[in-house]
Design a protein around this ligand. Structure first.
Ligand code: ZN
Length: 270
């Protein structure tokens, strides 16, 4: 009886090891090298639109789940950029601050960036053209991906928002008072994500990018730019690790969404 148990245990170990090798080679078939790292997200853009500006997730937790990403901080206190494993906040006044890992976020998206595709773009491109160029290189528009765009920009516009006080107003009202910042000839990195349109409401459909200047003197949510000479890295993944709030106002808000019109327009091909 004992020896049969041993044989069974050995058999299971062999199966497990074979499984690991099989899954490794499976990943390599798709040329992903070290394998896909999932996109890790806290809450949804729909909840942020509805004014859910406080969350329980610490920036430290985000950094355990990714080294690259975007989001905001509790009380909608500016724009969050995570680059090379460090978190930065662009406040409503445009100033840039290192973020303490104990600070919390109501909405953020990160990944352990592992580029499977890169592009060198050397002719000036405005933001829509830049996004179209990136989209054209994707193997599928139906998978989300993280994007890093690093280089020189002829001009660039960002925005940030002021820290909010309770009771919170919906995001559409807050952004009426957003602060735009313009940069002429700046070097830096735009970081963000492409989400397929079917994820509208979970994330921003299409591209959602934040910018951080190399000198750490400016940045924010990217509104527009003319890229002069940039390198683009793309990290596609079929895995989205969505971490929804399990308490607080998220549970009571209406997320059925008036954004349905956008989806309808896309699906209707108009
Ligand atoms: Zn943003």
């Amino acid at each position: 009886m004992k020896s049969q148990e041993w044989k069974l245990a050995l058999f299971l170990v062999v199966i497990a090891v074979a499984g690991v090798f099989a899954s490794s080679s499976f990943i390599d078939i798709f040329g992903n090298g070290g394998g896909d790292k999932p996109i890790y997200q806290v809450s949804t853009i729909g909840a942020l639109l509805e004014g859910v500006y406080d969350g329980e997730t610490e920036i430290g937790t985000l950094l355990e789940n990714g080294d690259t990403g975007i989001g905001t901080l509790n009380a909608l206190d500016g724009e969050l950029i995570i680059l090379d494993g460090r978190a930065w906040q662009v406040r409503g006044d445009g100033s840039v601050h290192a973020v303490d890992p104990s600070m919390r976020t109501p909405y953020a998206t990160v990944t352990s960036f592992n580029s499977d595709l890169s592009l060198d773009l050397t002719s000036p491109l405005d933001l829509p053209a830049l996004e179209d160029t990136i989209k054209d290189t994707l193997s599928s528009e139906n998978l989300p991906c993280a994007v890093v765009i690093e280089g020189t920009f002829i001009n660039l516009t960002t925005r940030s928002v002021d820290r909010q006080e309770l009771p919170y107003s919906p995001l559409v009202e807050v952004t009426v008072d957003q602060h735009p910042f313009t940069f002429d000839r700046t070097e830096g990195t735009a970081v963000g994500f492409y989400f397929p349109s079917y994820l509208d409401g979970v994330g921003v459909p299409g591209f959602h990018l934040h910018f951080l200047a190399d000198d750490r003197n400016g940045g924010g949510h990217l509104l527009g730019c003319t890229a002069e000479r940039v390198k683009v890295w793309i990290h596609s993944t079929p895995e989205l690790d969505l971490n929804l709030p399990s308490s607080g106002p998220f549970l009571g808000i209406n997320l059925s969404g008036e954004r349905g019109g956008d989806i309808e327009a896309v699906e209707g091909g108009r």
